[in-house]
Structure formats: C-alpha cells, structure tokens
Write a protein that binds this ligand. Structure first.
Ligand code: F6P
Length: 545
C-alpha cells in the first residue's frame, strides 16, 4: 500500500482552518485563559512519566478539532499502519521505514521483504551486548594487553549525531570509558582528538551505513595510519569495529568480520541510533541502559500507534506545528531543553527534522504550493535565555517553542534544580503574558519615577506576549524517558511529512552535495580546473596559487 498523495490544501479541513485562522488570528492567549478556567487541563496529555501541556498555544477546541479533521482527511491512520507494517513508504529509494523494529519486543513480528526481521534484530542486539560487555569489563584487551580506556566513534550525520547526543544526554549513567566523536572532514577535528589518545588502549568504531561517505572514510584512514605508526596490521582486528550495510567495503578497509555489525536498508541514517550505530552508546552506558533506551522508544511507538489522535503526543505536537507553519507563517521552531545533558538535542533534531521534511516536491512529483519543513534551533536553558531569548520575547518573528524539563534532577541538588525550574516555568508564562504598558508604568511608579519622566522608555519595556509554547515535563532524565522523548520527535516528523504530502525518508539534496564535492576535489588535486562558473573558477585558482 503506497501512501496517499493528497494535497493538504485541497482538503475541506484546510479550507476550514484557513477561515478559522482569519477569524481567530488576533486572539490572545491571556484572554483564552481568562475565559476558560479548565483550559490547562483540556490541553494537557499525561502519559507514562510525561506531562505535556500545550494549553499555551493560540488554539481553541475548534482549532484542535479542525486539525484532527485534517489528519483524518490526509489518511494519517492508514499511513501509520503502512509504516509499521513495513510498506515501502520511502518510495524514491524503494525502501521500508522500520527503525521502530529496532526497538520491537522479542515476540513482536515485523515484516520486511516478506520476512519477520525481529529475530535478526535480536541477534545483532545479542552481539552488541557480548561485544560491549567484554570491552567494558576489560576482558577484551588491546594489542599490548591493556584494557581499553577510550572509544572513538568515526561517522557523520546520522552515524554521529544520534550517538553523540545520547552519550552526552546519558553522561550521568556513564562508565569509565571515555567516548570521542570524529565527524568533520576538517583535519582539525581528527588531529585534535588523536592528541588525546593512546593507540594501545583505544577502540575505534567506524560507523557508516554506506561505507562510502568521504568524511568517514578519510577520518578512518587517517586514524588507521596513525594507529599503524605504533601497532601492526594484525592489531587492527583488535582495535577497529565497523557498523555498516556494506560488508565488502569493510573487508577492503581491513576490519575483521567478528567486529562487524550489520545495518539494514530499512533504517534511515538519521533514525539509526537504535541499531548497532548506537554501539558507542552501549559502550558508554552499558548494554542494559542501551536496552532501556530502546524500551522507552518502544513505549512511545505503542502510544503513537494506539492512542486516539486527540490524546496522542506526537500527533498533537505535529498538528500544532502545522498550525503555526502553514497558517501563522512561522518559519522556525525553537527546542529548549532545561538540562545541560541535552545540550546536543536540538542539533540532533536539526538533522532528523530538516533532512526529513526539507522538501519542496510532493509525493506525486509536483512542486508544492505551501510551506513544508520548519527550521529547528535551540540550546539548553537557562544559557539560551541569556543569548537569544530576547528575539523570542520582543523580536518581530513568531517562534513557537518547546520547553523540555524534568521534575527531578539527577544530581539531587535542590537549590540548583529549583532555580532552573523556576526559570523554566517563568519563561513560558512570560512569553504568554508579556508585559503590558500599565504594568511597566506601575513598575516605574513603584521606584518613584513619574510617568512623564520615563514616558519615552515605556515602549521599549513593553512585551507583547502571546508567544506560543509547549511544555514537556518529564519525571526524570533516564535512558527510558530519553528513548521516549527521541521517539516522540521521530513520530512528529512522520506526521508532518504525511500531512505535507512529501517523502520524509530520502535526502537527495545531501546526495548532490557529496557528488559536487568529489568533482571539485579533482579540480583541486589536478592541474586542470573543469567546467564551472567564473566565480568558482576564480576562487579555485586563488586557492591553488
Ligand atoms: O547527510 C546525508 C547522509 O546520507 C545522512 O542521511 C547520513 O546519516 C549521513 O549522510 C552519513 O551516511 P553514512 O552513514 O552512509 O556514512
């Protein structure tokens, strides 16, 4: 079953949403709260250890019911079934989209190409466990007989961002192994990391779904050369592991088959941290914690598949995002985690969201006449408050923002946590209420200033407010809740792609970049410069001289 190809703007729900928007666009959150004392309750979903309050959005019950109509009219329910049942919904690459199978339960059945893939997923999981246990315990040793102390993940994009984000997010649960990530083809990256390493005690994990990515192969080759300055060719078997679908290329690189972890075509790079791509996660926090991460994601998968759309967290967050993106014309969304552990979270989501939904051709091959993929950005609070929050509060742009916080800290220092969370709650309230002129005047009066004296200052101190936010309050940052949180955003991506009638699981734009860089490299390394525009030729000539 292929995904339906419905232009969302041609649906009845879309037209209704457009006229609803015309009527309600100037309503204020403040008034909406003043006129409905049960508003907060109405627009909150409580699920497991998640408490998601989306009441501070420019919505009414009518908005939600129209957005839900839209979801029905683009056949979202059928699309979810198609995804989970292994239909080839990544049509332009002819592939299924089954990263959810990587966190399936042992007795689940997930069919891809006519076979139940769960047993092979569990076989690889068993290998990950066996491998990580021997490295962490020190049973497996390096070429000089010493236990491993450092792990280096060599990969880029989905083969780097997911593991790097999760290793940082779960730092509290970390063991003694130091984990490093080399991704950029810029030699600064690899050479700086090599300075910190001892070849005798370092394990290198080369992660590349295709094993053809220039950055990863260059970094792996540089590292291999560095390693061979001290070690011998046969020591590579002890110090290098690989994760890939391309076993031939791995063999060419010289990595021994027992250190090779397979990947599958039905897992997209940016959704692959749940596979052996997450080897550095399992090495860093132990296999049991890695497995809990998968269980948390699996719980969110079940919620996404089974909860009614009105009570379904990924569906609701996706619909709200559509509301702002397509009706209010908001171009960006900020994601602000109130924990330093999630400092890489928005960077990670930038790939997930923008590589997936940064498309302008619909599933029928036509140029779309409406906006698709949102621009994602963010940094942890409270640092971000002192950096870019000014623009969210008083700038000209509407920036819907997700606030992610935790009821309990991991460190147990109540003073710090209360201060952090006070900021967390204060910001969403301030973004909603703003500060009206009367309040500014009152503040001046309180410090003994006459209004006539400060009249000119007042406009600068007024905050419009009415800025929409979602509050995602989770009990505690654990491997399980992190798994659920990541899966939540994965499903949000899916829902938006379905509504926008685009293919979310290919990335032809990035493929083009890879091809072009290869051609230019030829021009740099050879005497002749090929065919380019006059600006590029001039730049290449200047660079080469
Ligand atoms: O950036 C494009 C991309 O294809 C991503 O989708 C992928 O995560 C990344 O490159 C790395 O690819 P590979 O794992 O094949 O090296």
């Amino acid at each position: 079953m292929a995904l339906s190809k419905i232009n969302p703007t041609s649906t009845e729900a879309w037209s209704k949403l457009a006229s609803h928007f015309d009527k309600t666009q100037n309503q204020t959150l403040k008034t909406l709260f003043e006129t409905d004392s049960s508003r907060a309750k109405k627009f909150t979903i409580k699920w497991n250890d998640f408490f998601v309050d989306f009441s501070k959005n420019r919505i009414s019950e009518e908005t939600i019911s129209l957005l839900l109509e839209l979801a029905d009219q683009v056949n979202l329910k059928e699309a979810i079934t198609a995804q989970f049942s292994g239909k080839l919904i990544n049509e332009t690459e002819g592939r299924a989209v089954l990263h959810t199978a990587l966190r399936a339960k042992k007795d689940d059945t997930v069919i891809a190409d006519g076979n139940n893939i769960v047993p092979e997923v569990f076989e690889v999981k068993a290998n990950i466990k066996a491998f990580t246990d021997t490295i962490i315990s020190g049973t497996k040793k390096g070429y000089s007989g010493k236990a491993f102390t450092d792990i280096v993940n060599i990969g880029i994009g989905g083969s780097d961002l997911g593991p790097a984000m999760v290793v940082e997010a779960l730092k509290f649960y970390k063991n003694h192994l130091k984990t490093h990530f080399v991704s950029n083809v810029d030699g600064d990256h690899v050479h700086e990391i090599l300075k910190e390493l001892n070849p005798e005690t370092t394990l290198f994990v080369v992660v590349s779904k295709t094993f053809t990515t220039q950055e990863t192969l260059s970094n792996a080759t540089t590292i291999k050369k560095w390693f061979l300055k001290d070690a011998s060719q046969q020591d590579i078997a002890k110090h290098f592991a690989a994760v890939s679908t391309n076993t031939e290329k791995i063999a060419e690189f010289g990595i021994s088959p027992e250190n090779v972890f397979p990947m599958w075509d039905w897992v997209g790079g940016r959704f692959s941290l749940w596979s052996a791509v997450g080897l550095s996660i399992a090495l860093s926090v132990g296999y049991d914690n890695f497995d809990k991460l998968l269980s948390g994601a699996n719980e969110m998968d079940t919620h996404f598949r089974e909860a009614e759309f009105s009570q379904n967290i990924p569906v609701m967050l996706a619909l709200l995002s559509i509301w702002y993106n397509n009706f209010y014309g908001a171009e960006t969304e900020a994601i602000i985690p109130y924990t330093q552990y999630l400092s890489r979270f928005s960077t990670y989501l930038q790939q997930g969201i923008m590589e997936s939904n940064g498309k302008s051709v619909d599933r029928g091959g036509n140029r779309i006449n409406y906006e698709s993929g949102t621009i994602i950005w963010g940094e942890p609070g409270t640092n971000s408050q002192h950096a870019f929050f000014q623009l969210i509060h008083q700038g000209t742009k509407l920036i819907p923002t997700d606030f992610i916080g935790f009821k309990h800290s991991l460190h147990g220092d109540t003073d710090h946590h209360n201060k952090l969370m006070a900021n967390f709650f204060a910001q969403t309230e301030a973004l909603m209420n703003g500060k009206p002129k009367e309040e500014v005047e009152k503040e001046f009066e309180l410090v003994g200033k006459a209004i006539s004296e400060v009249d000119q200052l007042i406009p600068f101190k007024v905050f419009e407010g009415n800025k929409p936010t979602n509050t995602i309050l989770i009990d505690k940052l654990t491997p399980r809740s992190l798994g659920s949180l990541i899966a939540l955003y994965e499903h949000k991506i899916f829902v938006q792609g379905i509504i926008w009638n685009i293919f979310s699981y290919d990335q032809w734009g990035v493929e083009l970049g890879k091809q072009l860089a290869k051609n230019v490299l030829n021009d740099i390394e050879n005497s002749e410069i090929g065919k380019h525009d006059s600006s590029t030729i001039q730049l290449l000539q200047y660079f080469k001289n």
